[in-house]
Design a protein around this ligand. Sequence first.
Ligand code: SAM
Ligand code: GLN
Length: 305
Amino acid sequence: MTRKFPSPPSVTVASLLAWAVQVLGPTSTTPRLDAEILLAQVAGWSRARLLAEHRTVLAPAQAESFAHLVARRANLEPVAYLVGHREFYGLEMVVDPRVLVPRPETELLVDLALAAIAAMPPSPPLLVADIGTGSGAIAIALAVHAPSCHLYATDISADALEVAALNAARHQVAHRVTLLQGDLLAPFSDPHSGSPGPLFDIIVSNPPYTILDEIDAGVARHEPSLALDGGPDGLHLYRRLIPQALRSLRPGGCLLLEIGATQAEAVVMLARAAFSSPFPSCACRVHRDLAGRDRVVAIALACEA
Ligand code: SAM
Ligand code: GLN
């Protein structure tokens, strides 16, 4: 239920912002930023212009739209859903409640994938898979920044793939991003021949890995649980994803997995367990994000002798 708030006191930009900061203070860690983004959206201005126009009086209908967005934000809806987009790796991605809001910490996965791509010969075009693509953020950032690659992006959610298709078109990479619906890497395998499908140079994934009881109320209330729920220990998806992905990598290929801050050891153990015969040996490395938390496990397959 949306709570009812008193109407904003008057309609200058400054007074609307001050009012919203007071309303959002108890529930948001960034009340001023939230208020500025929402008011800029309503006014159709940049945040910089908003601040320059702090004495400008807005129309009552604009003040009302703003008050409505502030009430939704106070109910913990992500700002990205309220404005309909979120920047990821310098690219504006359309987002709505069908997809997880791309997180800044996931940019590390893109950095590492781009470094791995740069270390491989560019022809023939590299094959890269993004498993659980959601908004398509990772696959599209890779397609934009690595023109030598063809991306295959899967998701079990047809709704999410509609958003990913919008983003691929928006960033003009739809011809290099193939979207496929299904469970993990199943869309690549041929049920008749039993073939696992193409061998990829790089596979990346930010799978659901949270323990639902442990996440922020706003995330749990508004973002799709299909995108978050990693089962009782958070590792549910990795158990199936790691062996499937390793079978679908070429020798010398690389699997990059986003993880929760406490999951590195368990995920490395799952990778090592999957590396009994017939796989060649592998090297696992844990990478930390800017906050110093374990964030990505990189599993590099040995090249064939
Ligand atoms: N890649 C996006 C990102 O980093 O912002 C979204 C990541 S979100 C944490 C996980 C995604 O995996 C969701 O879009 C969800 O629908 C998808 N997913 C969940 N279970 C899946 C499965 N069994 N097979 C394929 N995708 C799955
Ligand atoms: N980082 C997300 C969060 O904070 C979780 C994403 C995931 O489960 N892969 O909730």
